[in-house]
Design a binder for this molecule. Structure first.
Ligand code: HEM
Length: 572
């Protein structure tokens, strides 16, 4: 494998020079060491290709773009799998070669760039599993809560998802044909309800139900709006103090409501034992590695806030893009209907009341799984991807490239998924690419393709090549490569120790929700969206890929759906 040598090594003289500056007064010391590090990074990365960012701001205009993930993809297709960028005084090495990208994300010498995540901490009540460093505390919490997302927990959670999706079907049928629905809002509420359901005892539940508890409805609105407010504050960094603007004051209220909801949930969890095995239950049982005591309220608060924050928008927007992709590809929609029909799940004139979807069905719907995978390839919610850094030591990448300390290593997910050198027909929506000739899910597609490695051969060690060849039946020098060692060209849920802890819940709930809707409806993009161009114009990236005004669609009842009662029976 690629080796990372966190080392002062041949840069020993640099450290000595830096120490020699330490006797200077504080501000001078800071200024000179910053200039010194800037110069070292410029020099070390000089031979890499990259845009010619001159001037003080470097590529600042690039990160201010509305759809920054699309800009990153353009740069990757222009400069290749390894290039450099500079934004202000930050240097980044951008990696979309699957072998290097995977090694970077699995490396223990590089950690999350805390600077990037620390902006979220004030909203979430402090550092947490998502934003904190990869330290003992993170390890203890992650290990404690991971069973909440195990296969057996998913079997339990499936019932909640199915129940909520069935309610959605009933609401949509009741609304009648002709009405365009904002499916983005619908699915965000659904994913919020699913994440909150096992632990939160209805405090935020039933968002899609008509005439529910008004308090719960307000909580839902506050949770949805808080993510938008956080996005706006990150985009406009001085927004928070412009109190003379009404929407800014409103924003403060939204954030305080979000925190009040999390506090109520926390009080609730501490007052009564939560569902055994649930996230809340496992969090209560987690131990602080420093003291051996249970986590304090101050430690639990940000973990709960982060769960909602990390899970709702990612899953909700992905569901929206899956529906959108199906609406735009009639042949795909027809194949999905055929798959559901063959499983006895589709409403048809001959079968107005098919059986309800079961957990075991999900594994038997490979075409649906392929559609979701392909949508996540084109629209990975965390499209900008992962940034890693070592702030205290130089790191040598693949034995060839020295990254002076403080150099950011950036793996942009959307660009990795859409780079012309990683995928054939990268822009096309082709669920079939995920399937074998027999129509089963192909196991190898998410891993690097040995025929497509784009860096010069000297970048890959024999062990790398063995790992790449692992799934295609051989190794180059007899070194066996396990599946876990294989480099990936597809990572919507990230990669390495900081990958998504909730991915099993996301995958299960997406498949169950979309399958349940497809049993009864076909999907049609509303004219108000302005076709695919209109959708693309609305696309933006702040914390995740989203659409500024949501996604309006018609859900047309399939022939055979005769009335609400029939559909309810079909789903239940
Ligand atoms: C389609 C849906 C989802 C996608 C694509 C997704 C993707 C990701 C990605 C890329 C990361 C790494 C983020 C980063 O480091 O900046 C992440 C982390 C995380 N996700 Fe997800 N996620 C999804 C759904 C969920 C759900 C449903 C939950 C929980 C209910 C969840 C909880 C988390 C948490 C807690 C982390 C931090 C894990 C750690 O660092 O140990 N995610 N997710």
């Amino acid at each position: 494998m690629i080796s990372f040598n966190a080392t002062a090594g041949r840069h020993g003289t640099c450290w000595r020079r830096e120490r020699a500056l330490a006797h200077l007064p504080g501000p001078f010391f800071l200024l000179l060491t910053s200039a010194w590090n800037l110069w070292r990074r410029e020099r070390a990365l000089a031979h890499l290709p990259g845009p010619d960012h001159r001037g003080l701001f470097g590529g600042m205009d690039f990160i201010n773009k509305k759809a920054v993930h699309r800009e990153a993809t353009k740069l990757v297709n222009q400069y290749g799998p390894l290039f450099k960028l500079r934004i202000l005084a930050f240097h980044a090495v951008v990696i979309t070669d699957p072998v290097l990208a995977t090694a970077v994300l699995r490396s223990r010498d590089l950690d999350k760039m805390r600077f990037q995540y620390s902006f979220l901490d004030p909203f979430l009540g402090g550092a947490n599993m998502l934003t904190g460093p990869t330290d003992e505390h993170w390890r203890a919490v992650r290990k404690a809560v991971a069973p909440a997302f195990s296969a057996s927990s998913m079997r339990e959670a499936f019932r909640q998802v199915r129940e909520r999706s069935q309610q959605l079907v009933a609401i949509l049928l009741e609304a009648g044909p002709g009405k365009a629905h904002n499916v983005d809002e619908m699915l965000l509420k659904e994913s919020m309800d699913v994440i909150g359901a096992p632990d939160c005892a209805g405090l935020i539940s039933a968002p899609n139900r008509a005439g529910g508890d008004p308090g719960a409805a307000q909580n839902v609105q506050a949770l949805l709006s808080s993510t938008k407010e956080i996005e706006m504050r990150l985009a406009q960094i001085f927004r928070w103090w412009r109190l003379w603007h009404r929407d800014v004051r409103q924003g403060w209220l939204i954030i305080s409501r979000f925190r009040a909801i999390v506090q109520t949930l926390l009080d609730h969890i501490q007052a009564a034992p939560p569902t055994p095995g649930s996230f809340a239950d496992l969090l209560r049982r987690a131990r602080d590695p420093r003291t051996g005591a249970a986590l304090s309220s101050r430690q639990m608060f940000p973990e709960i806030a982060a769960l909602f924050f990390a899970g709702i928008d990612t899953t909700g927007h992905t569901g929206t893009f899956v529906m959108y992709m199906i609406s735009q590809h009639p042949a795909v929609a027809a194949k999905l209907a055929k798959e559901l029909e063959a499983a006895g799940l589709l409403v048809t004139p001959a079968r107005p009341c098919p059986r309800a979807l079961e957990f075991a069905d999900l594994a038997q719907l490979p075409y649906l799984q392929a559609v979701i995978k392909e949508t996540l390839r084109l629209y990975p919610p965390v499209a900008v991807g992962q940034i890693r850094c070592n702030a205290s030591k130089d790191v040598v990448l693949a034995g060839r490239l020295t990254l002076p300390r403080g150099t950011a290593v950036w793996v942009p997910h959307a660009a990795l998924h859409m780079a012309a050198f990683n995928w054939p027909q990268p822009d096309a929506f082709l669920p079939e690419r995920w399937l074998t000739e027999e129509g089963l899910l192909a196991p190898d597609i998410e891993y690097a393709d040995p025929a497509l490695l784009a860096l010069p051969p000297e970048w890959y060690s024999p062990a790398d090549l063995a790992a790449v060849a692992g799934g295609s039946g051989g190794s180059t020098d007899g070194v066996a490569a396990s599946a876990a060692a294989r480099p990936r060209r597809y990572m919507p849920f990230a990669e390495g120790p900081r990958n998504c802890v909730g991915q099993s819940l996301a995958k299960m709930s997406l498949a169950a929700t979309i399958a349940t809707l497809l049993q009864t409806f076909t999907f049609r993009l509303a004219d108000e969206m302005g076709g695919p161009e209109g959708v693309r114009a609305q696309e933006h990236y702040s914390l995740v890929i989203g659409l500024s005004e949501g996604m309006l669609m018609h859900l047309d009842a399939r022939p055979g759906v005769t009335c609400v009662a029939a559909a309810a029976a079909a789903c239940g």
